[in-house]
Design a protein around this ligand. Structure first.
Ligand code: HEC
Ligand code: HEC
Length: 315
């Protein structure tokens, strides 16, 4: 009888290749809509046309505009009015510290956010002022002067206190723009901050309970708990993540996740942070892969020898 094994092998290889190169990419294409990025230029938002005055901006941010009623500005000596859990109880989510808002967020976005939060964040489907559904961040209607001038002043103030682009680390960008909603277990990040190492189990449990309380408020605010992002860099491609952040509605119509308004540079840093988190086990994975290959080869040799041994007498 002719040896059929090479033919069987060829058939298996053929179908594996067809699945890998044709069927899988096709299925992926059908299930995941391709969205082009606008490179974080926020073309739908108006440019700031007047020069801002940082000194007046500071007076507004800490005074008439009441930003510091809800937000801390640690770098400029304004501590948080309440802890993260209480803040989430009041607003649904902890309003982020504004120390580096001027470098993390696009300036057109900041200006629009101050004027109309639900519009800038693209959550008007959830917060329709006409129906009495107010966004927890109150809009600024002006302090008596020219509204656009006052907003430009505040944006320039936020830019003046922020660290420079080069000093903004991937971790800072992530914590600022995503950290109040998305935990990152692999980096010990919870929505209320980094989980410390505890000496006593009791203290650790107390911390975990605070996280759970925060998550309850967040769940009620968002409709669901935003997923832990430790592994997203591997389960979704970077193009998907970045176009999702640029405009969540493009991928998940009606989603509660807001547009965060990050700059292109801050987005690159968020991705870098996600790579650092999701790929820490890369070296380990590669070495395990190699061991499995070596094992398979040795196993195959033994299997082949054993097969010859068994069939010897029958042929
Ligand atoms: C105010 C809360 C909030 C912020 C801030 C936020 N997200 Fe989300 N995010 C959500 C919610 C809620 C969902 C779940 C969306 C859904 O299923 O409709 C989500 C989902 C996601 C998903 C999963 C999407 C999917 O298809 O499974 C990714 C990835 C993500 N967010 C990335 C980010 C990144 C990166 C940032 C920071 C630049 C960020 N998010 C900021 C609330 C937030
Ligand atoms: C009544 C409380 C309140 C006031 C006043 C307020 N904010 Fe906020 N702010 C919030 C909350 C709550 C969020 C988070 C919203 C969310 O994630 O859905 C937020 C979010 C932000 C963000 C992050 C946006 C993003 O895309 O991640 C910035 C920046 C910001 N506020 C700036 C300001 C400035 C500047 C002022 C003053 C002009 C201000 N806020 C006034 C409650 C407030």
């Amino acid at each position: 009888m002719k040896n059929k094994e090479p033919i069987i092998l060829a058939v298996v290889v053929f179908f594996s290749l067809v699945t890998y190169y044709l069927v899988e990419p096709y299925a992926h294409h059908v299930m995941h809509k391709h969205v082009e990025s606008e490179n974080f230029t926020y073309k739908d938002l108006a440019k700031i046309t007047v020069d801002g005055d940082a000194a007046n901006g500071k007076i507004l941010v800490t005074g008439a505009a009441a930003c510091t009623g809800c937000h801390s500005i640690e770098s400029d000596g304004v501590p948080a009015g309440m802890d993260a859990v209480s803040a989430a109880g009041a607003y649904g989510v902890n309003p982020p510290d504004l120390s580096n808002a001027g470098v993390v967020y696009d300036e057109k976005f900041l200006a629009d956010l101050i004027k109309n939060p639900a519009h800038a964040l693209k959550v008007e489907h959830k917060f329709d002022a006409a129906k009495g559904q107010m966004h927890p961040m109150v809009a600024f209607y002006g302090a008596g002067g020219d509204l656009d001038q006052e907003i430009a002043d505040m944006v320039v103030y936020l830019q003046s206190i922020a660290v420079s682009k080069d000093e903004l680390t991937p971790k800072m960008a992530y914590e600022n723009a995503c950290g109040r909603c998305h935990a990152m277990n692999y980096e010990k990040w919870t929505q209320i901050g980094e989980k410390p190492k505890f000496k006593h189990k009791k203290d650790e449990l107390a911390f975990d309970i605070k996280v759970l309380e925060y998550q309850d408020s967040l769940k009620a605010y968002m409709g669901k708990l935003p997923p832990d992002l430790s592994m997203y860099i591997r389960s979704r491609n970077e193009q998907f993540i970045s176009t999702l952040v640029e405009n969540p509605q493009n991928h998940l119509e009606g989603t509660a996740m807001p547009r965060t308004g990050v700059t292109a540079d801050a987005m690159e840093k968020v991705l870098e942070h996600m790579r650092n988190a999701g790929d820490t086990k890369r070296a380990e994975r590669a070495s395990v892969g190699m061991n499995v290959m070596i094992f398979s080869i040795i196993f195959a040799i033994f299997a082949f020898l054993w097969k010859k041994q068994v069939w010897r007498d029958l042929h």
